[in-house]
Design a protein around this ligand. Structure first.
Ligand SMILES: NC(=O)c1ccc[n+]([C@@H]2O[C@H](COP(=O)([O-])OP(=O)(O)OC[C@H]3O[C@@H](n4cnc5c(N)ncnc54)[C@H](O)[C@@H]3O)[C@@H](O)[C@H]2O)c1
Length: 424
């Protein structure tokens, strides 16, 4: 089986730390794999890379954090046994030592690298940054003897950047980079550019612009690379895309859907800045209209509560109208450990992106829509329908594999000569 590299953008954060902890715990059979979609029987037909065949590295603007986040997950958040983190500390330290300096300029006011200035190159042009980051990927691939490297953006959320005509075409984006127009090229775009240009599949798990820029999608297609995003769907929005079809198919009119979220951790701290929060509110806010077929009155509130650490709570109030115009309501409360919800999905996305690349697929992986709040190129927002895109994809591959197997001689495994038609 292939050895696959996973290069995390934002590698010193809590999600990335949980991804590495979880992958190593499962590879060493120290924990159970609940929450992994790729372990469902529906996906059993896909020969996916084993978690023990993944090697990790990444970029960050902070020089340390990965090991400490794993310790905090156990010590402060009670989300993993402390003994598990202690047993895997060596594995975590090895990954932390592989974290390379990222690119910070334009990542927004809440993502300024205060204490780690010396970790990052000074006054680097965009051209030099793209080159340096691409070289990091090539070095990781050759040092670790990897067949491929999957790049996943799990860095802190950037403020939204309105896409202009300069982001629509690759030649124009290239010109922006060459002219060092950093006001309209964000770090998430720089990372995606470096990854796609070096032929690495790319996934954006955050609401930052990145792969939303058509110019970057053009770059992915040019290098025949699969890519997808944006913003992993792990909590309140996941529930919205499950519940909204209920109202739709019972002909119950949703009058208002008010959501109020509180969270701690680094994500909560960054989203406390209204400029960064706008990106998250936008990606969370887009689902209801598409799932219901109309847009009810709906607000999404996000507040930072430091004492919550890695935990988040969403309280939603749904006001709806039924028979004879009677108004009724549903409330739900979702309490989850942010990184524990998201980490298995990151591993799923890595395995599915690697599989797509191995099968020679390129472009947007729309079969992965069910993983995202704002799925690229998919307007369907019902979770069940989105999941069907994934199972249809699996069925297509099973069918193709059966054909390929039938094409082979059962004893020697060689390709059977195809029966020729009259005109063959
Ligand atoms: N349930 C979830 O955890 C979940 C769900 C969907 C999306 N996300 C997104 O995943 C991201 C990570 O979440 P987290 O909880 O790990 O946050 P975190 O604050 O713990 O980690 C973010 C990391 O990104 C780094 N970073 C900031 N700017 C960077 C840059 N320019 N380049 C490289 N690294 C940079 C930070 O130094 C930090 O180590 C956030 O954008 C969040 O919105 C998380």
């Amino acid at each position: 089986m292939a050895k696959v590299g996973v290069w995390l953008v934002g590698a010193q954060g809590s999600l990335e730390s949980t991804v590495v902890l979880g992958a190593r715990a499962l590879a060493r059979r120290l924990a159970a794999g609940g929450g992994l979609v790729t372990e469902l029987s529906e996906l059993a037909g896909l020969p996916l890379v084993g978690l023990g065949d993944l090697a990790f590295g990444g970029w960050d603007i902070a020089p340390t954090g990965l090991v400490e986040h794993a310790r905090a997950l156990a010590r402060d958040d009670a989300a993993a046994p402390e003994s598990l983190v202690a047993r895997l500390e060596g594995d975590l330290e090895a990954v932390e030592a592989r974290v390379r300096p990222g690119f910070a300029d334009g990542g927004g006011p809440a993502n300024r690298p205060h204490r780690s200035r010396s970790f990052l190159p000074r006054s680097e042009s965009l051209v030099a940054a793209v080159e340096r980051l691409g070289d990091d990927l090539d070095r990781f691939r050759s040092d670790q003897k990897l067949d491929t490297v999957i790049v996943v953006n799990v860095a802190a959320t950037e403020p939204p950047l309105p896409l202009t005509r300069e982001h629509q075409r690759l030649d124009r984006l290239r010109r922006l980079i060459q002219r060092d127009q950093r006001a309209i090229v964000t770090p998430s775009m720089v990372y995606a550019y470096a990854a796609l240009e070096r032929g690495c599949p790319y996934v954006n798990f955050t609401p930052s612009s990145a792969i939303a820029a058509p110019a970057l999608q053009e770059l992915g297609l040019k290098h025949h690379v699969p890519f997808y995003g944006s913003d992993g769907k792990t909590g309140e929005t996941l529930l919205k895309t499950v519940l909204a079809p209920l109202f739709r198919y019972r002909n119950l009119q949703v009058l208002s859907w008010e959501g109020f979220n509180i969270l701690g951790g680094g994500d909560g701290r960054v989203l406390a800045d209204p400029r960064h929060k706008r990106s998250k509110v936008r990606s969370k806010g887009g689902v209801l209209g598409a799932a219901l077929g109309y847009a009810p009155h709906a607000r999404v509130g996000i507040e930072y509560v430091p004492s919550l650490g890695n935990w988040k709570t969403a309280w939603d109030f749904v006001h709806f109208r039924g028979f004879l115009g009677t108004k009724m309501s549903v409330h739900f409360i979702w309490q989850g450990c942010d990184s524990i919800l998201a980490a298995p999905l990151v591993l799923d996305l890595v395995r599915l992106a690697e599989f797509a690349q191995r099968k020679g697929e390129a472009g947007p992986m729309t079969h992965l829509a069910c993983f995202f709040k704002d799925p690229l190129g998919v307007t369907e927002q019902s979770f069940v329908e989105q999941f069907r895109l994934l199972t249809d994809y699996v069925a297509r591959h099973r069918k193709n594999d059966r054909h390929t197997k039938n094409d082979r001689h059962p004893k020697n495994g060689r390709k059977r000569p195809r029966a020729r038609g009259l005109r063959g």
